[in-house]
Design a binder for this molecule. Structure first.
Ligand code: SF4
Ligand code: SF4
Length: 238
């Protein structure tokens, strides 16, 4: 598996070496489209590796089961850009998200400060991802009638989440048993490395403040609301 992943990464590196020098002549919109295309392809490979890992494992997940979508889901900048572009393409999906966001945001409010600490160096006992995950619960605003409305572009965290216990055990945060997929951490690390490489080529040496790792709902809401953020992102890519 490691070799397969290495060879996929190498392929993407080669694509990058060929494509990236041409990016400087592209307008920001085209650059983002290119980034999204390459990144989406990578996610397809990541999926196939994850599926390979769970082959033969008695996974309890099934369509329409979505207790896991009540948990704390995070995404990094590249993933948020891909999802945001998907929402530009499918505005009805964004329109489904917007009215559900405030309920999620209210539920998250008591944990917001701890979350920011947890992704900084200022972790405390109650400001770690694991602790917040164990106490926070609210349906993801992308959940639509028990199904994911952004399934094609859902974050890597959602892609790699499987349970081999009864699905009802996913209902309570403190009891969740997540199937440890051997390659998950490796995929995440490779994707982060790939993303870092591409963003560096786009001239984004600094990640926009607070956007390195964000909760998925807030990250998308932030991108929608903050014209300044998008203008800054695009100017850094130009
Ligand atoms: S992780 Fe749990 S809640 Fe999510 S789909 Fe699988 S069984 Fe259902
Ligand atoms: S993005 Fe989709 S899969 Fe992930 S938590 Fe939200 S609804 Fe569930």
């Amino acid at each position: 598996m490691a070799n397969e992943l290495e060879s996929i990464i190498k392929d993407f590196w080669e694509v990058g070496a060929e494509v990236l020098p041409k990016l400087s002549s592209m307008n920001p919109k085209k650059r983002i489209a290119k980034f999204v295309g390459i990144y989406s392809e990578f996610l397809v490979h990541a999926d196939s590796i994850i599926q390979g890992e769970i082959n033969g494992v008695n996974v309890k997940c099934k369509e329409g089961c979505s207790y896991c979508c009540d948990h704390l889901i995070v995404a990094n900048t590249g993933q948020l850009v891909v999802i945001n572009e998907y929402l530009n393409e499918y505005p009805l999906v964004r329109e489904g998200f917007i009215p559900k966001y405030p309920q999620w945001d209210d539920a998250f409010e008591p944990y917001r400060e701890a979350f920011w600490y947890s992704v900084s160096r200022l972790k405390t006992e109650k400001a770690t991802f694991d602790y917040i995950s164990s106490v926070f619960s609210s349906p993801c605003p992308f959940l639509d009638d028990g199904k994911c409305s952004i399934y094609e572009v859902r974050p890597i965290m959602c892609r790699s989440w499987y349970s081999k216990r009864k699905f009802t055990s996913c209902k309570y945060n403190s009891k969740i048993k997540k199937l440890e997929i051997q390659c998950e951490e490796e995929i995440v690390q490779k994707i982060l490395a790939l993303e870092h490489y591409f963003l560096a080529q786009f001239g984004m040496r600094e990640v926009p403040p607070g956007a390195g790792i964000m909760t998925l709902p807030h990250g998308i809401y932030y991108m929608k609301e903050s014209a300044r953020f998008m203008a800054g992102l695009r100017s850094k890519m130009s």
